[in-house]
Design a protein around this ligand. Structure first.
Ligand code: ADP
Length: 334
């Protein structure tokens, strides 16, 4: 049970569908990305052609899937959804591509995890709207070129840095999603409270937003936990006192750090004297994959001013020492 995990839990799925913003105008925050995307979509619609392929990059729970659906909705197009890990065999991708209708949006989540043969098929599909279907095996195999309908690929990745150059180059537009500011999360919460019929008071929203790790998915999840508490132990209104008491029960950190964030900081400070230490060593110390530490955990710790990246490795800041209730050494960065 980790109320602060930015990854989607099974319990999130149904409610997330009802809470997802449906249009760009409902999408809170990410002002820069919204403006850029508006121009990309409007320009394409005026030309009457599908827009360039779009890459959405950023940590989990920040709205990449929602944005892909919004792109389709704004274009008035249908969306097909798949993910990198699901496209293990190029044949699966070929089937999807050849079923596309002109103007469709194809969303590939976790596109950095796509298998190599499928990735290579994607190059030609993105560039020339063609697929080469291989028929037969061994020396007798032939490849048949097949035209597919012009479409827009929307790829989502937690790490654009690990995409191969040829794949990255085929996206006409890359949107970098940032963690949300507390006041933006307050807007997300107010909107969700209206949809769910929760009596969320402004001071309650401030408290939840501050402890949501900059992530709308977490804000929405904490709202549901706090709502339960408000209904069972109070009169239903989510005030600051109710929010605090509820978040205490769920062991939610004052600053919104989750269990893994805290484990990483603890290891960094207690086992490695505050660093510098390499990411893979740190990952082993907390028993996690180093990609998870790097893609899910580190971005928020850096953003929260707890961890600094240096050429020699990761270092805990004075803020991190203080958050763990410890005295920082004099050379800890500020
Ligand atoms: P990702 O694909 O980046 O992991 P999602 O698009 O699945 O993130 O977003 C998770 C949930 O957070 C959505 O169901 C939605 O309710 C909420 N959400 C994300 N971004 C926003 C936003 N900008 N405005 C309002 N709600 C949002």
């Amino acid at each position: 049970e980790d109320a602060l995990s930015p990854l989607a839990e099974p319990e999130d799925r149904d409610v997330e569908a009802t809470l997802r913003p449906k249009r760009l105008s409902e999408f809170v925050g990410q002002a820069r990305v919204r403006e850029q995307l508006e121009l990309v979509l409007e320009g394409a619609m005026r030309r009457g052609a599908p827009p360039d392929h779009v890459l959405l990059s950023g940590p989990p729970g920040l709205g990449k899937t929602s944005l892909s659906m919004i792109i389709a909705a704004e274009l008035g197009s249908a969306i097909r959804i798949t993910s990198g890990p699901a496209l293990e065999r190029a044949g699966d991708l070929a089937a999807m591509l050849s079923n596309l209708v002109e103007g469709d949006v194809l969303f590939i989540d976790e596109i950095h995890r796509i298998a190599r043969p499928a990735e290579e098929m994607l190059y030609l599909a993105m560039e020339d709207f063609r697929v080469d279907v291989v028929v037969g095996k061994g020396p007798g195999a032939t490849s048949i070129p097949l035209d597919i309908a012009p479409f827009t690929l929307v790829g989502a990745t937690t790490r654009s840095g690990v995409l191969t150059g040829p794949l990255r180059d085929r996206f006409g537009f890359t949107a970098h999603m940032e963690f949300y500011e507390p006041h933006e999360l307050e807007q997300v919460l107010a909107r969700s409270a209206t949809i769910l019929g929760v009596d969320l008071r402004p001071d309650g929203a401030v408290e939840i937003a501050r402890r949501s790790r900059g992530t709308p998915r977490i804000a929405n999840r904490l709202l549901r936990r706090v709502r339960d508490y408000a209904e069972v132990r109070a009169n239903g209104a989510v005030t600051v006192d109710v929010a605090r008491a509820a978040l205490e029960v769920y062991d939610v950190d004052e600053l919104g750090l989750d269990r893994l964030d805290r484990a990483v900081l603890n290891a960094l400070v207690k086992s490695f004297g505050g660093g510098p230490v390499g990411i893979s060593t740190l990952a082993v110390a907390v028993g996690e994959e180093s990609t998870t530490v790097e893609e899910v955990c580190e971005p928020y710790l850096v953003r929260a001013g707890m961890l600094a990246r240096t050429p020699r490795g990761r270092v805990a800041t004075a803020t991190a020492w203080a958050h763990l209730g410890l005295q920082a050494p004099s050379d800890a960065p500020g």
